[in-house]
Ligand binder design. Structure first.
Ligand code: NDP
Length: 297
């Protein structure tokens, strides 16, 4: 089997390099490309041609414009990577009959209410990033290719920039931190996303009726405030030298950002567990592992 991985150096892309390796030949690209091949999603026509040239059985797109606040002022750049390039990728996959695995986000929803969103709930993004990701999803669905779209949330990993690593760094520098406690979701590790992705690819190639949209998030739920406290507690248990003495819980309105964020980021993950017979562990499991890895303990 031949797999083309786009976005190989992102949090999820990096873990996919590991998890896809046992499946077959993996050609991994980042925005710099490789030889004549283009992995830069700001050049959709070249990426389209690259997919036709390589002619893989599976395309995994882990690249995305993920700067949520910057997207408010860089709408065209975000739309190019998250929507227009995704449309071309999906069209290329339809042309060569490749399976496309793509990632989306909890930010396609408006975050109203307190129950977990299901795959069929109405898309109503609150910010530009969410709008472009929703348009990317719709473009894939219109392209007549075989696809898997995995919506995830609050991604963290040892490699890359994320909340977990920011909190560990701040706890070593500052005595007091204020953290939002009225946004609820599930921190999900790039490692888990990549492992389930590899598993789902095998199952979907065997049974194409499994194509569709799924919520791929760890089980359980938490707020940013509780999540941060869990990280600090784990770090303390490992004997890390923290400067932190006080952690304040604050509402979203006390920390204004250019992009509006949903209060309720809960995603129901029953469908993916049932369809692919996987068990998604509680978010704390991979947070524990990653704190150990980041602190080098
Ligand atoms: P990262 O930001 O870690 O990685 C995104 C990758 O996309 C980076 O390697 C980046 O490259 C690459 N990229 C950006 N622009 C381009 C471009 N023009 N051409 C080629 N590559 C480009 O994201 P994650 O791994 O965390 O996200 C994976 C998926 O999960 C994405 O679809 C994202 O929308 C989704 N998601 C992520 C969440 C999160 O909390 N991070 C939450 C919910 C969903 P470079 O480093 O060179 O810029």
């Amino acid at each position: 089997m031949k797999i083309l991985l786009l976005g190989k150096n992102g949090q999820v892309g990096w873990e996919l390099q590991r998890s896809l390796a046992p499946l077959g030949e993996v050609i991994s690209l980042d925005r710099n490309g490789l030889d004549q091949w283009c992995g830069d999603l700001s050049q959709p026509d070249q990426v389209y041609q690259t997919i036709l040239d390589i002619s893989p059985d599976v395309v995994v797109n882990a690249s995305a414009y993920t700067a949520v606040d910057l997207a408010e002022t860089e709408k065209n750049a975000a739309d190019m990577v998250n929507h227009r390039a995704v449309q071309k990728i999906a069209e290329a996959c339809a042309q060569i009959k490749a399976l496309l695995l793509h990632y989306s986000t909890d930010y396609v929803f408006d975050g109203d209410g307190t129950s977990a969103f299901t795959e069929s709930d109405l898309l109503k993004p609150l910010n530009v990033y969410g709008q472009t990701k929703a348009l990317g999803e719709q473009a894939i669905q219109n392209a007549q290719c075989n696809y898997l779209i995995f919506r995830t949330s609050w991604v963290f990993a040892q490699k890359g920039k994320n909340f977990l690593k920011t909190m560990l760094a701040l706890a070593q520098q500052r005595e007091e931190l204020s953290i939002i406690d009225d946004q609820i979701g599930a921190p999900t590790s790039a490692e888990l996303i990549a492992d389930v992705s590899a598993h789902a690819i095998i199952h979907t190639l065997r049974d194409p009726s499994k194509t569709g949209i799924y919520h791929l998030v760890a089980s359980g739920e938490t707020s940013w405030f509780e999540y941060a406290n869990y990280i600090f507690q784990q770090a303390q248990n490992l004997g890390a030298d923290l400067a932190l003495k006080k952690v304040n819980a604050i509402p979203t309105k006390a920390y204004p950002t250019p992009a509006k964020r949903p209060h309720n980021s809960r995603l129901n993950n029953q469908k993916i567990q049932h369809t692919f017979q996987v068990c998604l562990p509680d978010w704390k499991l991979h947070v524990q592992r990653t704190v150990i890895e980041v602190l080098g303990k």
